[in-house]
Design a protein around this ligand. Structure first.
Ligand code: CTP
Length: 258
């Protein structure tokens, strides 16, 4: 006997027996204005983790950033329906949500190139990466191999890296929201974070005491360019901090000019 397996799509709808295929179902408060432009996808670009600045082919200058904060933010943003691209440095922790697009970088220069490529598509940039402020000014021939131990002192010259966030913020569109982080000694937390907010011309700074790096918990003060100061309710774990910060980011982005 031949049996036909009917999928739910071609099975008659028993809940609405009076509707023909051409009938229109209108939900309460649903408008019929088809001229409205489609809502653009909300895209968030997040950077996380440390940078490794090479000294030669096998050595680098790095920092203790674990990438945990940026990873938790990416995960939470994806769960809230953002299209998330995470630019992730050399850190072991990655979001498990397969909707997060992950692109890896190693150096400040790699990250600079990736930001240039991705930032124009984003509505929000969250710059959680711990970018090196200085990098070894090395002779390119060092990269051919490793330099050898000698008995005399070795002097390494460092050069400043460009301020990536300030550079990107200088050419941003008015609809884009830019969020930076400031890792500071407790006694200088507010003053340094305020100066970063104005110096980098960004919308929001998340100020954390130095102990936040590589820790499971966060105690933060968020400063905004319109003069607000919002504190976490005590100490939060990084996964608990992510929704707290994203509530602030969501609200700030919703009020940007379109
Ligand atoms: N940042 C950046 N480019 C750099 C250094 C930092 O974009 N070369 C970003 C970080 O990702 C962070 C913010 O700037 O969002 C603040 O970083 P921080 O290292 O605290 O501040 P600096 O600008 O380096 O200033 P300072 O050295 O005075 O603390």
């Amino acid at each position: 006997m031949l049996s036909i397996d009917r999928t739910p799509r071609d099975r008659p709808n028993r809940a609405l027996p009076h509707l023909s295929p051409r009938s229109e179902v209108r939900l309460p408060n649903q408008t019929t204005n088809t001229n409205l432009p489609p809502r653009p996808p909300r895209r968030m670009l997040i950077t996380a983790g440390p940078t490794h600045e090479p000294i030669d082919a096998v050595r680098f200058i790095g920092n203790r950033s674990s990438g945990r904060m940026g990873s938790a933010l990416a995960q939470e943003a994806a769960e809230r329906g953002w299209e998330v691209t995470l630019l992730m440095g050399p850190a072991a922790i990655l979001p498990t949500d397969s909707r997060v697009r992950i692109v890896r970088f190693r150096t400040c220069s790699d990250l600079q190139a990736l930001l240039l490529e991705h930032v124009s598509q984003a509505g929000v940039l969250v710059m959680a990466a711990a970018v090196a402020d200085y990098r070894p000014k090395v002779d390119p021939q060092f990269f051919g191999g490793k330099f050898r131990r000698k008995s005399e002192d070795l002097t390494l010259t460092l050069e400043p890296t460009p301020d990536l966030l300030a550079t990107v913020a200088a050419t941003r569109r008015p609809d884009q929201l830019m969020v930076g982080f400031a890792l500071e000694p407790r006694e200088e937390l507010l003053a340094s974070a305020k100066s970063k907010l104005t110096r980098k011309k960004i919308d929001m700074v998340v100020a954390n005491p130095l102990e936040t790096m590589d820790s499971d918990t966060v105690e933060a003060i968020v400063l905004t360019s319109d003069g607000r100061e919002v504190r976490t309710p005590g100490t939060l774990t990084k996964p608990a901090f992510a929704p707290w910060l994203l509530d602030l980011i969501d609200a700030a982005y919703a009020s940007r000019p379109r």
